[in-house]
Design a protein around this ligand. Structure first.
Ligand code: C2E
Ligand code: CA
Ligand code: CA
Length: 910
């Protein structure tokens, strides 16, 4: 019982129950029985002074009549008197006169005779009528007898079981108290009237000495045997029927029982332990049980057996040693009830929990088998030797084998890799292994686990076909790593591949940017643009060998990874081939289109030893290529704004511009026909204390990367105008050319600021020429055209610088309000020897003149070039052959030194 109040309740009920059983006498038979057993165990012979003069069979035979004449008894008295006993009790009824009056008189005479010892005659009482228990009738010896003897009661009443166990020693008859014969004989005082005192049946009847009445009468019993003895005279012969049923000794003659009564009084009456002590015992038993109850059935059994043994032993001990009578039926009953209650409750609890467990198990089993059969995943149950002992339908379907057939298979037959370590026990865990199915090997995910609570080595394997997942993964990966338009691998895949590059194998990355693609997109629409990209992507993929992988990085940017190469020359040839393929016309949307491309080449690990850096290098190289005269370029750290030197340079440049530490030099332009200096080109110079002389080819692109370029242009222009104004005052009539960055042409605000600046300084606008490059026109031609138109509208001239290095067609230039065309020096360098260069220059001149443009040849380094160009019809020349760029004051000197005697004030083309 887990709850204490329940235990309390049960215990209380047991105490009350046993108490009630005790009170109602229900336990009395048990107590009597227990007392009898105890007594029987303790029965023994005692030392007694009782001499029983027995009216036995022998006496009856010798006198040969019955009832005897009272004269006989008179004679016996006489005999006894002469022997001088301690006391005499005649257990013979003398209440009525007999038929023989003489004999009566003789007896009376005998009784009346004076004697030293006590003579006791019996009396008894009975209820006046059988129906009532109020009026009592006392039957006493005849008055003549009782005058001279003492009268003692001999009443004995049986217990409900018919056995006599106790006796009342004092009866109160109102007028007088009567004592029992035994009490008189024993001289026992202080006994309470009406109280039944127990008879001590431990006293063996054999403790008394028996002599035959007849023997005493005939004088055969010597007086010494009688002297000082307590003599009881009574019937023992069976035929006289004076026997009393008693416990332990079954039936004893009345006289013997009187002797036992007497002896009991003499030895001391056993005391009954008060009833409330029995109740306390019950309580003790229950309390003890509470302590045992919690410990289970076995403890309770021990408790009960202990209690049921201890209680009788205790009562035996009390009876035997202390003459205390303890009834233990009630506490024993309590112990039994405790045991039964405990066992019942325990059994109940176990039964309940067993029932619940069974229910739970059934539910669990139902759930498990439901899961097992409904699972989409295959489930295999394996024994310790990896044999399939059970499986679900999903598993059978997965492997394409009948379930009945699959059961019994070894795991190796379906998942060979999983059981590769043939004899090692299967490891629990998740694995991805190929599974053998009817349709061939299929990737499967297997989750192996031990069956909990099983010690035979059972395992389960949950198997799932993951080929679909693989397919999806692959598709997703393809999607993530490929460009949807061209189907080429994308930047993600390139990055991954770059990460795997090893320093032992030299590799190169080509960054390819299409030229002119923006125009296609803008003029023909994105649909055609996409078609062009698709076609070019396809073309690139086709034309490149296996070890070269093409990527589309976005927009019109492609990359080629060269995973192994022999020489730089080889890389250049490859780049040329790619450009050639790009230049082949593409037909898209009915249009035949021609595009170009620039390739930047970065070498791993020479230029960069990691993917992102290599990409950046290739990017820088690509811009170099775009702005240079070749279609491809290797990475050059000096062109890279992001190198340490360039970052440092950017900081110093800013300071130099702000502090006015830049200066401007001038290179003269000469009319080739008469070598008269007609103008100058202003070129910026920077000397840094730390970096030394830095070329504008290096720092101008750097400045273009930030707002510095605006400051730089402003500074150059202001300085040049200032110098120009001074020269004008000296009478030097010169055209002034200033370079403009491509960046400015998109910046209308800055351009109008420049125009204002020119107007403010009072320089005639037609004296100023702004040199722009073709690349400046590429980004947003319309906007640039608008800006240039407004500049030209102010009267400022425009010159196309570095002509021939870009891709703009002359027809296109027609829309610009150009005044001058500057042929790039790469065409001039070999013009005397290189026929194609000369042809290009010739045709450029032809075309330029047809457009009314003045042509300037740049980079003339010798007289022969100057002469040839003059012959070809080129108006103006510029180059080291005439003068290097020089500071303003130096230029003035040079000007005066080189000016032919005849001053030429007219400007070229004006
Ligand atoms: P550019 O406009 O083509 O300038 C001419 C360049 O050719 C100058 O180089 C000049 O020194 C060089 N040069 C002149 N004659 C010869 C020759 O006979 N042979 C050789 N090999 N070279 C010759 P510089 O001064 O180093 O300028 C380089 C470039 O820097 C210029 O090319 C121009 O694009 C840019 N630049 C220079 N100053 C400025 C400026 O103030 N603003 C802008 N935006 N760019 C400038
Ligand atoms: Ca220039
Ligand atoms: Ca130039």
């Amino acid at each position: 019982m887990r709850k204490p109040w329940r235990r309390l309740l049960a215990g209380g009920a047991i105490v009350i129950l046993t108490g009630l059983a005790g009170l109602t006498g229900l336990l009395a038979p048990a107590d009597r029985l227990a007392g009898d057993w105890r007594t029987a165990l303790l029965a023994h012979e005692v030392q007694s002074d009782v001499l029983i003069v027995a009216i036995d069979a022998q006496s009856l035979r010798s006198l040969n009549t019955w009832p005897w004449s009272r004269g006989v008894h008179a004679r016996l008295l006489d005999r006894l008197d002469t022997a001088d006993p301690h006391a005499v009790f005649l257990d013979i009824d003398f209440s009525l006169p007999s038929e023989d009056a003489a004999a009566d008189r003789a007896l009376a005479a005998s009784v009346a005779r004076p004697r030293r010892h006590t003579l006791v005659l019996p009396a008894f009482w009975q209820y006046a009528s059988a129906a009532s228990s109020t009026g009592r009738l006392l039957t006493e010896p005849l008055p003549v007898l009782r005058e001279h003897a003492r009268t003692g009661l001999v009443n004995l009443f049986p217990a409900p079981d018919g056995l006599v166990r106790d006796a009342v020693h004092v009866e109160d008859f109102g007028r007088r108290e009567y004592r029992s014969s035994a009490a008189i004989l024993a001289g026992q005082e202080g006994l309470r009237p009406g109280v039944a005192y127990p008879i001590d049946f431990r006293i063996d009847p054999a403790s008394f000495e028996y002599v035959s009445y007849a023997d005493v009468l005939s004088g055969h019993v010597p007086a010494e045997r009688i002297r000082d003895r307590t003599v009881l005279v009574g019937a023992t012969a069976v035929e006289l029927g004076d026997t009393v049923p008693v416990p332990v000794h079954r039936a004893v003659p009345g006289v013997t029982l009187q002797a036992m009564l007497y002896e009991t009084l003499r030895r001391g009456i056993p005391h009954a332990v008060p009833a409330h002590f029995g109740w306390l015992l019950c309580l003790g038993v229950v309390i003890t049980w509470w302590r045992f109850e919690r410990r289970g059935g076995r403890a309770q059994l021990v408790f009960a057996l202990g209690t049921l043994t201890l209680l009788p032993v205790l009562s035996l001990y009390l009876h035997g040693v202390h003459d205390l009578l303890l009834d233990v039926a009630a506490p024993m009953l309590a112990a039994l009830l405790c045991l039964i209650t405990g066992l019942l409750v325990n059994a109940d609890r176990q039964a309940w929990s067993a029932m619940l467990a069974a229910l739970r198990l059934r539910r669990q089993q139902a759930l498990m088998s439901g899961l097992f059969s409904a699972s989409i995943d295959g489930i295999l149950v394996l024994d310790a030797s990896r044999r399939i002992v059970d499986c679900n339908d999903a598993a059978a379907k997965l492997f394409g084998i009948d379930r009945e057939q699959l059961i019994g298979y070894s795991l190796d037959m379906v998942l060979p890799v999983l059981s590769a370590e043939a004899h090692a026990p299967l490891r629990p865990g998740r694995f991805e292994v190929p599974g053998l199915t009817r349709g061939g090997p299929v990737p499967m995910e297997v989750s192996v686990s031990r069956v909990a609570g099983d010690d035979t080595g059972l395992m389960t394997a949950i198997v799932r076909d993951v080929s679909e997942r693989h397919r999806q993964h692959a598709a997703l990966r393809h999607q993530a790593t490929h460009d949807p338009l061209t189907g080429l691998p994308n930047r993600v895949l390139l990055n991954e591949l770059l990460d795997t590059l090893s320093a032992d194998v030299p590799a190169a990355l080509f960054m390819l940017d299409l030229d002119g693609f923006k125009q296609v997109n803008d003029t023909l629409g994105h649909g055609i643009g996409d078609e062009v990209l698709r076609a070019l992507g396809e073309r690139l993929r086709e034309s490149l060998s296996e070890e070269l992988q093409v990527f589309r990085l976005g927009g019109d940017e492609f990359a080629v990874l060269v995973s192994c190469y022999r020489s730089r020359a080889q890389l250049l040839r490859l780049a040329d081939r790619i450009i050639e393929r790009i230049r082949e016309p593409v037909t898209a949307g009915g249009h035949r289109l021609e595009l170009g491309g620039s390739i930047g080449i970065a070498i791993f690990p020479e230029h960069a030893d990691n993917g992102p850096a290599l990409m950046q290098c290739a990017d820088v190289a690509m811009y170099t290529a775009k702005s240079g005269h070749h279609h491809s370029a290797f990475y050059d750290a000096t062109r890279d704004h992001n190198t340490l030197r360039n970052l440092k340079m950017a900081a110093s440049l800013r300071a130099a511009i702000e502090e006015g530490r830049l200066h401007v030099v001038y290179q003269p332009k000469l009319r080739l026909a008469d070598r008269v200096c007609c103008g100058v080109e202003a070129l910026v110079r920077w000397h840094d204390p730390e970096l030394g002389n830095v070329s504008p080819a290096e720092f101008v692109p750097l400045a273009e990367g930030s707002d510095l370029i605006a400051h730089l242009t402003r500074f150059t222009l202001q300085q040049a105008i200032r110098d120009h104004a001074e020269w004008a005052q000296q009478g030097m009539a010169l055209d002034l050319a200033v370079n403009l960055s491509a960046r400015h042409l998109g910046d209308a605000a800055f351009m109008s600021e420049l125009v204002e600046l020119v107007a403010d300084r009072g320089i005639p606008p037609e004296r100023l020429e702004l040199e722009i490059t073709e690349t400046a026109l590429m980004d947003d031609p319309e906007r640039v055209l608008a800006v240039l138109a407004s500049v030209a509208g102010q009267g400022i001239r425009l010159a196309m610088d570095d002509f021939g290095t870009g891709f703009s067609s002359l027809a296109y230039l027609k829309h610009l309000n150009l005044h001058t065309l500057k042929i790039d020096r790469c065409f001039i360098r070999d013009i005397e020897h290189n026929v194609s260069d000369r042809k290009i220059v010739e045709s450029t001149l032809l075309m330029a003149h047809s457009l009314d443009l003045v042509v300037v040849a740049e980079g003339i380094e010798n007289e022969a070039q100057a002469t040839l160009l003059d012959q070809l019809g080129c108006e103006v020349g510029q180059g080291y052959a005439f003068a290097r760029p020089m500071p303003a004051d130096e230029f003035v000197e040079w000007y005066h030194a080189h000016q032919p005697s005849r001053p030429q004030l007219r400007s070229v083309g004006a």
